[in-house]
Design a protein around this ligand. Structure first.
Ligand code: PGA
Length: 247
């Protein structure tokens, strides 16, 4: 099996004005010989400026969501083509804040993944259980079900990653134990193999949820963890570089 190249992606969520581009520049300047691919996913309004600011650097730029349609009467929405046109290389899809806040179900996430591929964007597809689901012993079935429902057949042979983000670990400072992370990542890997065969061996399975410099090494070295999706700690270059340096 070809090991996936690790990916460390920063999810800036709804944070960052023009002056935050300096942080992105500091990330690019601070990268030294990392084995990981590195990306920052700012708000849609910053994508074009961040792509220009990071041109020629090793840091890729991504979106945080897209509409499945190419264009049309969808006030306020952004298509995958628009993200790519602004300079994005990747896009986060199915984040739990979108699943919970906007009622995005697996089928919609899968349609957005197809849109991303159409626009040559590499999707980062998020999955994760709530605390109630974990306490009910349903974490594995919920997450593997999300993987099956959110990843369309069109991904076969394409570059993509899956981010396992337990909802209860996002922005809370709580993280699963290393055995819990490894159990889930192995289950996701097995599901990907069933769905796509060896074609998915190069897909990285990222962990996300309260990753910070102090816990990054343990998480990133856990079995089947192929990188991280980082929220709060990606907003400061020093913290994000500390996480990247732990790979
Ligand atoms: P967090 O967010 O690192 O702030 O917990 C992760 C995410 O939502 O992707």
């Amino acid at each position: 099996m070809t090991a996936p190249t690790p990916l460390i992606a920063g999810n800036w969520k709804m944070n960052g004005l023009a002056d935050a581009l300096g942080e992105a520049r500091r990330v690019a300047a601070g990268l030294s010989g990392t084995a990981a691919r590195v990306a920052i996913c700012p708000s849609a309004t910053l994508i074009q400026r961040m792509s220009a600011a990071l041109a020629g650097s090793a840091v890729m730029v991504g979106g945080q969501d897209c509409r499945a349609e190419i264009s049309g009467a969808y006030t306020g929405d952004v298509s995958a083509e628009m993200l790519a046109d602004a300079g994005a290389n990747l896009v986060i899809l199915g984040h739990s804040e979108r699943r919970a806040g906007y009622g995005e179900a697996d089928e919609l996430v899968a349609a957005k993944v197809v849109a991303a591929l159409r626009a040559d964007l590499e999707p980062i597809v998020c999955v994760g259980e709530t605390l109630a689901q974990r306490e009910a012993g349903e974490a594995l079935s919920v997450v593997t079900g999300q993987v099956r429902g959110s990843l369309p057949a069109a991904l076969a042979g394409k570059a993509f990653s899956v981010a396992y983000e337990p909802v209860w670990a996002i922005g809370t400072g709580l993280t699963p134990t290393t055995p819990q992370i490894e159990e889930m990542h192995r289950a996701i890997r097995a599901t990907l193999s069933e769905m796509f065969g060896a074609a998915a061996d190069t897909a990285a399975i990222l962990y996300g949820g309260s990753v910070k410099p102090s816990n990054a090494a343990e998480i990133l070295h856990a079995a089947e963890v192929g990188g991280a999706l980082v929220g709060g700690a990606s907003l400061k270059a020093e913290d994000f570089l500390g996480i990247i340096g732990a790979i």
